[in-house]
Design a protein around this ligand. Structure first.
Ligand code: CA
Length: 232
């Protein structure tokens, strides 16, 4: 068994789910801490060395959303939100508040570990401050220095807006970006509410990069939330 160095804080008040998560982390060799309330989670984050927070939004004392906002006032600690199904608004709000990703209950151990690995990989990249200039996902590559896109090794013509959208998604591969976040990044907060424009832009980009735009393999739609570029 591989032993990891990163400590994960599991914030969950439901003992069944908490035990499942902790059991999975133990199996995978991750050290972890647990909190069953928002206040306890916040004091643990300041007093202990934590590398990733796994956060249930429905906590008995303070709202999980408030936990995210409070942590974000001083820390870039990766936060993976655990949320119940059919609460898309909540997921979007959590991501907009600064959470890095979310998991929908119920989830499998495999899914949990995949999301944790993505979140920790992002952290390592930020820590080393080594943002690679060429990003690759499947057969798709983007050269951030030369502003070029390649598909199957062949240069692909994209418009400047399509390029910006693709670069944003590829820099965050594996993570869900909310529609609002993408709009703000592309058009700025003043014009950032035209979801129709984003849908049209996305359709155009998908026609260029996807074999079957109706069944996208690269950019997945997260219904009611936003979009996700598949992980590397
Ligand atoms: Ca709960």
């Amino acid at each position: 068994m591989h032993t990891h160095k990163e400590t994960i804080l599991v914030v969950e008040d439901d003992p069944k789910i908490r035990n499942f998560i902790c059991y999975t982390l133990k199996q995978e060799g991750y050290p972890f801490l647990t909190s069953s309330s928002g206040k306890d989670a916040l004091s643990t984050v300041v007093s202990q060395s934590v590398d990733l927070m796994l956060l249930d939004l429905g906590l008995p004392d303070i709202d999980g959303m408030e936990v995210i906002q409070t942590v974000r006032q001083w820390s870039e600690l990766p936060i993976l939100v655990v949320s119940a199904r059919d609460r898309d608004n909540e997921k979007a709000d959590a991501l907009d508040s600064g959470a890095d990703d979310y998991l929908t209950k119920p989830f499998s151990a495999t899914e949990l570990m995949a999301r944790i690995r993505v979140a920790l990989r992002h952290l390592q990249r930020v820590q080393k401050d080594q943002s690679p200039t060429v990003l690759t996902v499947g057969e798709l590559s983007i050269d951030l220095e030369k502003h070029l896109v390649y598909l199957h090794g062949t240069e692909l013509h994209v418009t400047p807006l399509e390029y910006n959208l693709l670069a944003l998604l590829m820099k965050n591969a594996g993570k869900v970006l909310t529609t609002q976040y993408i709009l703000n990044e592309l058009y700025g907060p003043r014009y950032g509410s035209d979801t129709q424009a984003l849908r049209a832009l996305m359709a155009g980009l998908r026609r260029k990069i996807e074999k079957e735009p109706a069944k996208p393999r690269y950019i997945l739609t997260e219904i009611g939330v936003g979009y996700r570029m598949i992980g590397e």
